[in-house]
Design a protein around this ligand. Sequence first.
Ligand code: FAD
Length: 584
Amino acid sequence: MIVVIGAGIAGLSAALAAAGDKRVGAEGLTAYGNANIAGGDASDDVLLVCKDEFVESNTYHAQGGVACAIFSDDDPRLHAEDTMAAGHGLCDRTAVDVLTDEGARHVRELIAAGWHVDRGEDGSVLRGLEAAHCRSRVVHAGGDATGKVLELDVSAMVRENPRIHVLEHAFLNDLIMRDGHVSGVRLTVRGADGEAESRTIDATRVILATGGAGRLYPYTTNPAVATGDGLAAALRAGAQVTDLEFYQFHPTAMAIGEHFLVSEAVRGEGAVLLDEHGHRFMTDVDPRAELAPRDVVACANFRTMQAQGGKPVMLDVSPMAKENPDLAAFLRHRFPTIDAYTRSLGFDWSKEPIPVAPAAHYWMGGIRTDLFGRSSIPGLYAAGECARTGVQGANRLASNSLLEGLVYGYRAGLATVRDADDAVWQPQTLDNSAITGLPVAQEPMVLDMPGHDGGNADGDGAGASVWDRGRIENEMWKHVGVLRDHDGLAAAVTDLAGALAEANAAVPAAVPAAVHGSGVSGAASYADRIAMLENRNLLTVGYVEAVAALNRCESRGAHTRTDYATVNPTIAHSIAYRLKGTSC
Ligand SMILES: Cc1cc2nc3c(=O)[nH]c(=O)nc-3n(C[C@H](O)[C@H](O)[C@H](O)COP(=O)(O)OP(=O)(O)OC[C@H]3O[C@@H](n4cnc5c(N)ncnc54)[C@H](O)[C@@H]3O)c2cc1C
């Protein structure tokens, strides 16, 4: 049996592929980078595990759409060029070619299989333009509810497949390792009365599809499930990770309320950004103005806010009225979710600008994999936002992440059932586009993990003062946020290391050992137990992010250092990390 952790688009796609569902993937793999996958028609039963309700995920909340070169004026190679440009030299060319080429195939297949994309009156698939794309190629659904429609449609396919078994409210604590190979997962499962039960499941093939970690920060577009759990578990098990210093801050989340995302597509339709004096400042910053890449717009918003004492910048949609005289009706139809949310806060955005600010949105880095999701640990695969395949580089191109989950989730699922015991577990060579052909250190930097005891031993941390969520978020925002410098990052590394040592000691003392294959109840509720585990995970991934950001003495893509304001060509490459004292 294959265990898939996570039921966003990457986990759903992986589960369908492993279970042999032919609705996605019938067009076959591209010619790029598929030398190391066996042929055949293998499939297996799948256990699909998620810590919340089945569909709750970043995927469900995605708005703008899925970028794909499926229209007659477009080509996957053009999409690849845009992706590489946004990635600031750190994309891997082959991984990007796989993404754009296979992505176009998968999107066509999904639409044919019943994904309810938006269509025009003549039945043709509608598309939008987003920042840094040279073509209008973003397919959307439900107006601005693309992720919800995608998640519901694809999860319905999963529900129909008798080989896929879904386990909700089951939290991955850790991977179980035997002789350097994954041998199972340790879970906390919600019991009938809401209590926490510990459970272990044997599996020699595990796919992590646990999404991002926006909850590292107080201002984020991500839902509560985005706490970096799979990435942290992989780190504790000894997996290599890469590019964690690159965290994308979305330029335009609502500055009040729940930091609700105001999609890039709104600027794609013509909205502009104004400072407190009503000046359109983006035209001073970049010739592409509001459609410059996200890192450029996010930094400009952040700096403008700093200059005006922290007051948010304003997003003005009035330029859209030129082509849409009934602006209120247009906004309601094109952006129904954002329209409803802004109105619920008392704004009529057809008449007045709305306050927006940057918020943590998407993590480019993750578990280092090859082109079939294989990590550096035999038996462990990763896909989607928790993985680092090489497609996002130093900055993700808008609407490329749902596509990545779809494509690489599928590939990971395929590999789990086709890989033999002698499969090669060697992550993709770091082959960043800025230095293609030049030698790059492929070996990871080895980090001390504070308080790390091998992951599974009992600790003695009862009574230690473990940081609460607010403290973690504030530390990350203050020192590892939109703008970074040496002193802040060094302070964060020290602070987070201390907090993580305490958390690593406290968790084993509080979480009872699992009983093999069956549940054992502890005293804690499921909610309390996972809150503790999530905080440790956030400290783990936040600590490694801070170390990686401190080590990268340049500004590149989403990583902006005020003390190293420009790109440094001598470090135009990714850097891998892993934990000390672990086996892989
Ligand atoms: C508001 C918003 C708008 C966005 N808009 C777009 C867009 O328009 N286009 C685009 O391409 N991208 C967009 N993104 C980004 C995109 O949604 C995500 O990158 C993508 O959905 C990630 O998919 P995933 O399958 O990797 O992870 P997710 O969809 O986040 O799924 C993660 C899954 O893992 C489970 N999980 C996590 N931890 C555990 C654990 N410990 N145990 C068990 N299960 C666990 C969760 O319950 C969930 O099922 C947006 C993101 C947000 C937040």
